[in-house]
Design a binder for this molecule. Sequence first.
Ligand SMILES: *Cc1c(COP(=O)(O)O)cnc(C)c1O
Length: 424
Amino acid sequence: MERPVSARLFAEAQRHIPGGVSSPVRAFKAVGGTPPFLVRGEGAYVWDADGNRYLDYVLSWGPLILGHAHPEVLARVEEVAKRGLTFGAPHPLEAELAQAVKRAYPGVELVRFVNSGTEATMSALRLARGYTGRKYLVKFRGNYHGHADGLLVEAGSGALTLGVPSSAGVPEEYAKLTLVLEYNDPEALRALLRARGEEIAAIIFEPVVGNAGVLVPTEEFLKALHEARDYGVLLVADEVMTGFRLGFGGATERFGLRPDLVTLGKILGGGLPAAAYGGRREIMEKVAPLGPVYQAGTLSGNPLAMAAGLATLGILEKNPGYYARLEEVGAGLEAGLREVLSRKGIPHAVNRVGSMLTVFFTEGPVRTFAEARRTDTELFRRFFHGLLDRGVYWPPSNFEAAFLSIAHGEAEVALTLEALERVL
Ligand SMILES: *Cc1c(COP(=O)(O)O)cnc(C)c1O
């Protein structure tokens, strides 16, 4: 498959934009090569500037659960756009989308809209600190919550080690306020709570991890997370990826979670920039203008993103059968991948929850970030490029989730498995 136009566009973009991209993973650093410049999408497929077609498992990193260019979503956006793009004043669609969020998350009483998942988690944690009057946060290794300073932190060695920054530009003093633990290690979490529970404002976690590749939470880990409540620690479920994907009520509904605050994004905006945080009234009333925790946004709740989100959530709510279908197609893909990889004698672990899936190239099980890192990234690189050259666009890093949309069906699974056979 030739990509001369993408190669030329990429060279040009690199003269003007760091790495030629607006978000690092798009530059294909983990797998090498030239990223296709995508210029059109329809259903499960995308086309690059050279006219090549790909079956898309990236789906803009999660938002497009209905597939590309869904006609109802486009029509709704077009209709709203004709009347003006933004007003910086209250708009009727905001409360409508907030009500859809509340139907999905019955524990949420008030919702505040922002523009990105990063803003949602950053704001939710500011609120948690403002509400509790405490300064420490807890996160888990390999979980990603956007790029706010206090969340770009990894553990050093040892479960109780103070955070060290994982990005230049994050002061160590600041990173030290974030304590990092291994995901799926309930005992480490309990030990930290016993030792320092009273100093901790919030624990933020991905209820199913997508950002280390897919990691599935154990029941015991979810139980330990809820014990944080006994120490007055707020539990923040970061459902930016899982919200409206693992079911209309996300992971909260699927696993029966009881978070104090929820962060949403991706599917919430239906392909346009919208995200949100929400929770009990008593906590959310601390947000300005009702309370002392400041948070604002020029384009927050803008009509276009609200319209795309409402159209998307409306379609999901009207078609509860879509989630059963995503589960079924996901199970088919998982079984097919396992079968082909086993037959070819390639060590692998396929982690999947609903329409989120990762193939790790290591003997399983893969439950923690440390285990995920045992994957053979060189083998992944060849898997990725082999598929790409056969028209299957898999996420360009082994530490990312592949996504399905309702436009992915048995034909798409078959196409993927055929391509994989030939690659292997
Ligand atoms: C994508 C993601 C974010 C960040 O959202 P952006 O819109 O990219 O800022 C935060 N948390 C999780 C779990 C995500 O998957």
